[in-house]
Structure formats: structure tokens, C-alpha cells
Ligand binder design. Structure first.
Ligand SMILES: C[S@@+](CC[C@H](N)C(=O)[O-])C[C@H]1O[C@@H](n2cnc3c(N)ncnc32)[C@H](O)[C@@H]1O
Length: 250
């Protein structure tokens, strides 16, 4: 069973042990992680002939932004995260190969905009598994803030942990994730049993910080804000890649 402290909100990520546990023991076990990034890049390629500036919100170690650089190596990337451990990891991931700016900031308050507004507009804004810690009214405000930071025609993609519509979907997701974690840890030489992994999964410190919402509802919020081409582009049980394009004429 996990010995990490239990937090009730997104500030759980400011605990460096929790951030490290995610980076070392969970990120690599996310099912279909490579495919999610491939689909993200495909959508960026289809909508953005050029990417001058992108933002990775709740960047962790910068895995999503790093993928964008593969196709747009001259882009300027901005990486925001509340955790200094994560920002350090992002700096290490990206070295000095690319033009990057790293900002420690909390997007739970609308004042986060002040740290980045002078760099707007962005061609692309991505976020991975970060916004779901906010209550629904704040999620909607964040999506509006993201819309305002995009150029007309700019793309927002959220790779996110979303709610299941059914108990079956929830159970299938949990079982898949535990199998994937078990395989990942075995591959890395761990002797933990599947039951131990199962216990850690259900007792993990950041689980109580999740505020999951159906992807259909979140897509409707994006449409209400004015995003076009809104879609859930990929979904595997409780993992969804969804987003839309800021209207070209406002
Ligand atoms: C599950 S990790 C995902 C990291 C990365 N996006 C990825 O795909 O691997 C969630 C990240 O969101 C960050 N985060 C959560 N709430 C935040 C907030 N209110 N402001 C800024 N960053 C936040 C955490 O510190 C953490 O790095």
C-alpha cells in the first residue's frame, strides 16, 4: 500500500514524491500513450502548417510539448506547471535543444493568465491529465481562458482522464490500468505482485484529487465557448483526447 500522504486537491502535485512516483512509475504505463501522442500530432499537423508558439499546460516532464517539437523544431514552447519537481523534470527532458520557457504557476486561479498573456496568441495549446483536478465551473473558465490565448484558427487538445458513463466502463478502465502498471513494473524488474499494484492503484495519493467529468459534457462546453471542429478524437475507457479550433473570425 502507498505510504505517500493523501491529499484532497490538485496541490497533491506539489509533493515531490508524488510527482516523481508519477514520472517514474505511472506515466510509462498509461495504456496507448504512444498512440495518443500520434493522434495529437496528426491533428496539429492537419490544422497548423506552422507552429510558432505552443503552450503545454500542466506539463509534467513536458512529454506532450517534446512531441510537438519533433514536428516543429523551431517553435517556441511554454511549459506551465504548479510543481517545481515537474518543471525541473521538463527542463531535463528538453535540455537546451529547443527554445523553451518554463513557468511555475497554478492555473486554478484565473490570475495564471498574467504569466503568459504577453506571449499570446498561441498556435497550439495542449494539456495532459491536469485540468481534471479542477471543479467543473473552473474547468469551463480554464477552457475560456485557453480560447482567449489561442490565435484564430489555433488548436486546443486536452488529453484527459474523464468520467465513465457506466460502471462497466469504470471497471474496465481500472482493470486495464492495473494490468498495464503491472506489466510496466515487471518489465522494469519489480517483484511486486499484481495484488500489490492493485492496492497501490486504489490507494494512490492523487486519486482523491480527481474530479472526473464526461467527455460529451466537456465537448459541449467547448462548443458553447465558440470552439469549432470540437470532437472526442480518441477514447479508451476513461482516457480521452478531445478539443477544438478557435473560430477564425470572431
Ligand atoms: C498527471 S500529471 C500529467 C503531466 C503531463 N501533462 C503528462 O501528460 O504526463 C498532471 C500535471 O498537472 C500539474 N497540475 C495539476 N494541477 C495544476 C494546477 N492547478 N496548476 C498547474 N499545474 C497543475 C501537476 O503538477 C502535474 O505535473
Amino acid at each position: 500500500m502507498s505510504k505517500l500522504p493523501v491529499h484532497k486537491d490538485y496541490k497533491v502535485w506539489q509533493n515531490s514524491d508524488i510527482s516523481k512516483t508519477f514520472l517514474e512509475g505511472v506515466r510509462g504505463a498509461i495504456p496507448l500513450a504512444k498512440e495518443q501522442i500520434d493522434v495529437m500530432l496528426r491533428l496539429i499537423n492537419l490544422t497548423q502548417p506552422n507552429v510558432d508558439k505552443f503552450l503545454d499546460l500542466g506539463c509534467g516532464n513536458g512529454i506532450l510539448g517534446k512531441a510537438i517539437y519533433q514536428n516543429y523544431p523551431t517553435a517556441k514552447g511554454f511549459f506551465i506547471d504548479i510543481s517545481d519537481t515537474m518543471i525541473e523534470a521538463a527542463k531535463n527532458t528538453l535540455n537546451s535543444d529547443y527554445e523553451s520557457k518554463f513557468i511555475i504557476e497554478d492555473f486554478s486561479q484565473n490570475t495564471w493568465i498574467n504569466c503568459i498573456i504577453q506571449e499570446a496568441p498561441f498556435d497550439v495549446i495542449v494539456s495532459g491529465f491536469a485540468i481534471h483536478h479542477q471543479p467543473d465551473h473552473r474547468k469551463q473558465q480554464i477552457y475560456q481562458e485557453i480560447y482567449d490565448l489561442l490565435k484564430p484558427g489555433g488548436l486546443f487538445l486536452n488529453l484527459e482522464h474523464i468520467a465513465s458513463r457506466s460502471k462497466l466502463g469504470e471497471t474496465a478502465f481500472d482493470e486495464l490500468f492495473i494490468d498495464s502498471l503491472y506489466a510496466f513494473h515487471q518489465h522494469n524488474g519489480s517483484t511486486k505482485s499484481r495484488e500489490e499494484i492493485d492496492q497501490e492503484y486504489y490507494n494512490r495519493a492523487d486519486k482523491t484529487a480527481n474530479i472526473l467529468t464526461l467527455v460529451e459534457i466537456q465537448c459541449d462546453w467547448l462548443r458553447d465557448i465558440g470552439f469549432g471542429d470540437v470532437d472526442c478524437f480518441m477514447k479508451l475507457f476513461e482516457i480521452a483526447l478531445f478539443g477544438g479550433v478557435r473560430a477564425k473570425i470572431s
